[in-house]
Every structure is written in structure tokens, then in C-alpha cells.
Design a protein around this ligand. Structure first.
Ligand SMILES: CC(C)(COP(=O)(O)OP(=O)(O)OC[C@H]1O[C@@H](n2cnc3c(N)ncnc32)[C@H](O)[C@@H]1OP(=O)(O)O)[C@@H](O)C(=O)NCCC(=O)NCCS
Length: 187
């Protein structure tokens, strides 16, 4: 059983998705700009898609795929999603996320990613965390860099997105690097 602890940051509360999130999820994830930057969100994205996806979370969790609703501490509003896919055999995990368009540029992805990276290293016996983003989406690379992840390489035309082969950038952080950053932050 994978434990999905609720995570709090100064501005955000990361908690499991609930059935009542379906409406706001459909509105935020339904934006073309969000679907364009992610691997798995279909476009168009219906309310039924959102309901079905939320209902599938408990089984996904059993398979090592933790997904959090990113919500605001101040208003409980839903702003996005962030997930960690565990690959215990290799002691590693993959991070993925999106933020709804009305909430871009306020540091929310950076804040949520920082919380999940810490939880990933603290709660699971991980040696490495990594993430990929489409090369045409440099904002996502900044989110990872700001959390101490290193650019490890580029994969040319690695993924087919909407009938186009797109280049992908790979970022990673090792446990030893994360521990070093933590010690530095603690002074
Ligand atoms: C990418 C995404 C997650 C960023 O979320 P966000 O909450 O706006 O991110 P933050 O505010 O924490 O940080 C964004 C950083 O990217 C920078 N940035 C924004 N647009 C940029 C661009 N075109 N080129 C380079 N950097 C850019 C911002 O300036 C900021 O960096 P800074 O703090 O050094 O100034 C969000 O735009 C999104 O969800 N997009 C659609 C889905 C997606 O791409 N998901 C990621 C899949 S890997």
C-alpha cells in the first residue's frame, strides 16, 4: 500500500482528488494550452473524462502512481495536478504536473514540485527523481531547474504528440544532490 500523505506548502495544499473536483478539473484540464504541454490529457476533455479519471485514482495509487490535486490554502480552489510514478525496482520516480492557465506564472508549479520531490525522497526509498518535458515548453524546464534538477539530455523526436514527433528534455536529481540542497537550505 503506497501512502499518499497530504502535503502543505506556504500557499498550497496537495491532497488526493475527490469526486467533487470533476467540474473544476474539466474546466482547467480542458484548456488546449494545458493538453498541449502534457502527455496524457486528451483534448477535448469532457466532464465524463474528468469523472472517470478521478474514479481511477485509487487503483493507480495501488500501482505506484500518486496524483495530487494542487489546491490553494487560502480558498481551497483547485489549480492543477502533480503526480509521482514510483519505479521501486530501480529506486526511482517520475514527476509530472500541470497548472491551470489562469494560475500560470505565480510559482505554483515550482512550489508543488518542491513539496513532492521532498516527499518522494523522504517517504520512499528512492535514489533518483526525474521528469521530462517537451522541448517547446521551456517554462517546465525552469520549474525543474528551480528545484535543483539537472538537465541530463535531450531525446530527439521521442514522443508522438498529436501526430507530430516532438523532442523531449530530461531532468533528474539524485538523492545525494537533494540531501546536499536540503543541508544548504537549513544553513
Ligand atoms: C509549465 C507549467 C507547469 C508552469 O507552471 P507555473 O505555475 O506557471 O510555473 P512557475 O510559475 O512555478 O514557474 C515558471 C517558470 O518558467 C518561466 N517561464 C515562463 N514562460 C517561459 C518561457 N517561454 N521560456 C522560459 N521560461 C519561461 C517563468 O518565468 C518561471 O521562471 P522564473 O521563476 O525563473 O521566472 C504550466 O505552464 C503548465 O501546466 N503548462 C501546461 C502543461 C505542462 O506543460 N505541464 C508540464 C508537463 S512536463
Amino acid at each position: 500500500m503506497v501512502e499518499q500523505r497530504i502535503l502543505e506548502t506556504p500557499r498550497l495544499r496537495l491532497r488526493p482528488y475527490e469526486p467533487s473536483d470533476a467540474g473544476p478539473l474539466q474546466r482547467l484540464a480542458g484548456s488546449r494550452a494545458v493538453a498541449e504541454g502534457t502527455l496524457l490529457i486528451p483534448h477535448p476533455y469532457s466532464l465524463a473524462d474528468a469523472v472517470e479519471w478521478i474514479a481511477s485514482r485509487p487503483e493507480a495509487l495501488e500501482n505506484g502512481n500518486l496524483v495530487y490535486a494542487i489546491t490553494l490554502q487560502s480558498s481551497s480552489e483547485l489549480v492543477g495536478a502533480i503526480g509521482l510514478t514510483l519505479r521501486p525496482q530501480h529506486g526511482k520516480g517520475e514527476l509530472g504536473y500541470w497548472i491551470g492557465e489562469p494560475f500560470w506564472g505565480r510559482g505554483f508549479a515550482t512550489e508543488a514540485a518542491g513539496a513532492l520531490i521532498s516527499y518522494g525522497f523522504e517517504a520512499f526509498a528512492l535514489n533518483r527523481l526525474f521528469a521530462i518535458h517537451f522541448a517547446r515548453n521551456p517554462a517546465s524546464g525552469r520549474v525543474l531547474e528551480k528545484n535543483g534538477m539537472r538537465h541530463e539530455g535531450s531525446l530527439r523526436q521521442d514522443i508522438r504528440k498529436w501526430d507530430e514527433y516532438v523532442d523531449v528534455e530530461v531532468y533528474g536529481i539524485l538523492r545525494s544532490e537533494w540531501e546536499g540542497r536540503k543541508l544548504k537550505a537549513e544553513g
